[in-house]
Ligand binder design. Sequence first.
Ligand SMILES: [Ca+2]
Length: 169
Amino acid sequence: MLGTGGGWDQVLGEINPLVEWRRKMGWTVDVLRLDNTQDANTVRQALQTYYRDAEVKPEAIAICGDTDGQFPFGYFDKRAGAAYPYESDFDFGALEGDDMLPEASVGRLVFEAATGDKSLRNIVAKTIHYEADPFLGEGNDAGWQKHGAVEATSPTAVSTIDICRWSKK
Ligand SMILES: [Ca+2]
């Protein structure tokens, strides 16, 4: 997990239950705190150094922070001729070699506050709840996990349009 610089102590307190949950699941979890999280290239270099030196190579990275707001965290701008940024975290997972093949998956915990509405606390609680007590379904709903997918984005984001274009049942 990768933490935002500002407000880190509060963030760490809120993600700790998720860290402990993952460890109970048998994962090796490290929490990385970076002083400068707004420069994506600096973050990527720190991740590459961590990956190179890690005894257990990370397979998944969870970024804690939005692209702006109270807990800003850098991103790679993949716009192609557009006048607005196309935010991507893909490059954070490309940790070794000069290739397009990522070594780790990357997710981002996007929140506006540590506690309260739209908070990291809520994300952590929901994630643990979904995993600890999953909806299994009955009848025709049983087995939905084998053909389900989750897509989430902002309703006005360009990525929303791309997701709709590329999604198929
Ligand atoms: Ca690679």
